[in-house]
Write a protein that binds this ligand. Sequence first.
Ligand SMILES: *[C@@H]1O[C@H](CO)[C@@H](O)[C@H](O)[C@H]1NC(C)=O
Ligand SMILES: *[C@@H]1O[C@H](CO)[C@@H](O)[C@H](O)[C@H]1NC(C)=O
Ligand SMILES: *[C@@H]1O[C@H](CO)[C@@H](O)[C@H](O)[C@H]1NC(C)=O
Ligand SMILES: *[C@@H]1O[C@H](CO)[C@@H](O)[C@H](O)[C@H]1NC(C)=O
Ligand SMILES: *[C@@H]1O[C@H](CO)[C@@H](O)[C@H](O)[C@H]1NC(C)=O
Ligand SMILES: *[C@@H]1O[C@H](CO)[C@@H](O)[C@H](O)[C@H]1NC(C)=O
Ligand SMILES: *[C@@H]1O[C@H](CO)[C@@H](O)[C@H](O)[C@H]1NC(C)=O
Length: 755
Amino acid sequence: MGCMAISPAARVVRALVLVAAACPVLGYVPNGGAEHRRSHGAARTYIVLVEPPPAAHLQHADDEAAHRFWHESFMQDSGGGGAPRRIRHSYRSVLSGFAARLTDAELAAVSRKPGFVRAFPERRFQLMTTRTPAFLGLEPDQGVWNETSYGEGAIIGFLDTGIDEKHPSFRDEGMPPPPAKWKGGCQPPVRCNNKLIGAASFVGDNTIADDVGHGTHTTGTAAGRFVEGASAFGLGAGGGTAAGMAPGAHLAVYKVCDAQGCFESDLLAGMDAAVRDGVDVLSVSLGGVSTPLDKDPIAIGAFAAMSKGVLVVCAGGNSGPLPSTLSNEAPWMLTVAAGSVDRSFRATVRLGDGEMFEGESLTQDKHFSSMVYPLYYSQGMNYCDFFDVNITGMMVVCDTETPVPPMSSIQAVREAGGVGIVFINEPDFGYTIVLEKYYDLPMSQVTAVDGNKIMGYAMKGSSTSNHTATIVFNSTVVGVKPAPIVAAFSSRGPSVASPGVLKPDIMAPGLNILAAWPSEVPVAGPGSYSFNVISGTSMATPHVTGIVALVKKAHPDWSPSAIKSAIMTTSSAVDNDGHKIMDEEHREASFYAVGAGHVVPTRAVDPGLVYDLGVRDYAGYVCKLLGEAALKTIAGNASLTCTEIEPIGAAELNYPAILVPLRAEPFAVNRTVTNVGPAKSNYTAKIEAPKGLSIKVEPAELEFTEVKERKTFTVTVSAAGASAEQKLAEGTLSWVSHDHVVRSPILVDSSITLS
Ligand SMILES: *[C@@H]1O[C@H](CO)[C@@H](O)[C@H](O)[C@H]1NC(C)=O
Ligand SMILES: *[C@@H]1O[C@H](CO)[C@@H](O)[C@H](O)[C@H]1NC(C)=O
Ligand SMILES: *[C@@H]1O[C@H](CO)[C@@H](O)[C@H](O)[C@H]1NC(C)=O
Ligand SMILES: *[C@@H]1O[C@H](CO)[C@@H](O)[C@H](O)[C@H]1NC(C)=O
Ligand SMILES: *[C@@H]1O[C@H](CO)[C@@H](O)[C@H](O)[C@H]1NC(C)=O
Ligand SMILES: *[C@@H]1O[C@H](CO)[C@@H](O)[C@H](O)[C@H]1NC(C)=O
Ligand SMILES: *[C@@H]1O[C@H](CO)[C@@H](O)[C@H](O)[C@H]1NC(C)=O
């Protein structure tokens, strides 16, 4: 599977070769899981889950040596000789087990030992801001940033490619020391300071240096400090000052990926250490293809993190716009979709006939527009991979069939003498233009719709030589409408691994995001840059992570699920034009694309009511979905069993979103809200339902007299008026008081079958 798994089967072989060029742009990318490292001989790396060490062996609960000794005992006499050395990681916080390289025979020997639970072959994952604080309503010295002191004291953990610790976004002047609960530290030679309070590598090197850039970018987006005059390639940020979502938060960086990608056993080792060290929230901008929850070590690790009060925020994946393409779907995670920002790096194509098309480009040349150029388009050479004609001095129109234009086309145009390029977006990407920085050739990337008009002009009449065009570069334009729209690559529900739970949960900015970059990592051609513009659900994730840190700072006692609920129910369903958020084709976006809506940090700290969930609720969900053995694997806690816990169907899980089957007979679900607003608050249910769908709430009024008071209500949905062909219907339930609106999406889907 390639970087951007957009119906690869439908694409010609040529395109498959080119997807490699697209990888660096869309940070995160799920990988098919077929690749394994260090597959010397027949051995591969397994993650082996085992019972915890017998209590008598432990000096104390977190006895590292005793855990390792216990894990090594599984490798004795397994046929490998010198076995202990082959334990790559020993886990003791988020799960009990270890990672080791084993042949099939060795694995069989290990699995016969008493205490063995389960083994998974390790998968390989590949890696899947400046304007955005203002776009999200965060203003210096006011509101949320003021109330939470910019997230001061909160600790954000990152599982990523490392960090450029010298970047100005991560300086520590004026920061307080880490809170007393912090148990982490920096692995030499890295020196901790008051910003970077934890650093460790799990990829077999001794440094957290970021050779990829991804980790520096995500870390800067979540918690970068204010950097004045930030720009990338001379393009302004649109506001001038760069900052992350929680500039006051501390950082702990766990390097679990390098240029080769991310291996699951390393990722788990990072998660294990982060939870032990005491992070408040974990940011995971990577993942694999959808996997059953009890076979997904990341979901298993996140369950333990959640049960210890740590919310794991994950990228939803870059495999959109096809349905059922999500990664990281466990209900106890916060799964993030990517949307656009109201900023454009404008590169307007002006045709000889005066028509103008608003394209975008990271390669801008103000002097270029002082001339017009003959416009060249050839149906035979439309992908610009070769030219058998002389195009000296011409501007060339190229089709693309990959998310970002391939570098090879730019090379071919330059070699054939072309002076500029108009790249026509791949048709599936609609209005989503994913920008990449290319070296030196002036260009504009335009939508397929605009591209078709430009192409029509270029081919009009018999002579092509009379058709001219130029590109007017207009730098950074802000206030672009409509924004946000869903990015085409953002993965879509329904969830395969968590059927019946609405995923993704939330949308955040993930398209063309400007954030910190290690200047040693080349971007394109010569020159070094300390900011870069990249795209992906990888970039959306740290926006939400930073906001979780702000909410956690404001409410240190809230559970991960309460924080998640606060972020979901206060999100926005509308764009900056006041219309329902649209997808990449400018159609109304489904909840399967945006989740609850677009994140609104200014409201998330004060949601009024929350839909809370605890370990036993999620355990009940696992019991109903997967059964006792799966619960044992996921929870790893002998006192949680399905005989003792009541199984909970997906529709009954107290999730802040409601997903029910589309059918004529009424379908009822219960929900319980907890008052976290003013003690005396009255709420009224406000329902929005499309024609054909009936939604009733009972009771329709909730009266609270105390903080933390809980109230249960029943939502009954019936689609008696829906036509036989209808597959989906969407409505909303909002609990409205005089100062709060607590909104939940209600999605009715004919493909959902729930008992
Ligand atoms: C910022 O917070 C302080 C104390 O928390 C408060 O006194 C001040 O009024 C706030 N400023 C604004 C602009 O909200
Ligand atoms: C291509 O055309 C340009 C100008 O039209 C000319 O100067 C150049 O020699 C041509 N190159 C070739 C290889 O024919
Ligand atoms: C070429 O362009 C000129 C000026 O724009 C126009 O007057 C003329 O009709 C065009 N010729 C053809 C063949 O399109
Ligand atoms: C460039 O930007 C300026 C100011 O925002 C605007 O007035 C002008 O129309 C823009 N030009 C183009 C070609 O987009
Ligand atoms: C196991 O679950 C029980 C009951 O929910 C809980 O009290 C206990 O802390 C859990 N143990 C661990 C190690 O998480
Ligand atoms: C929902 O709550 C009502 C009233 O408490 C109860 O009668 C009903 O059984 C509940 N439904 C489910 C599916 O739990
Ligand atoms: C809530 O409603 C009750 C009953 O109508 C009323 O007595 C009470 O004053 C209301 N509380 C608030 C805060 O409006």
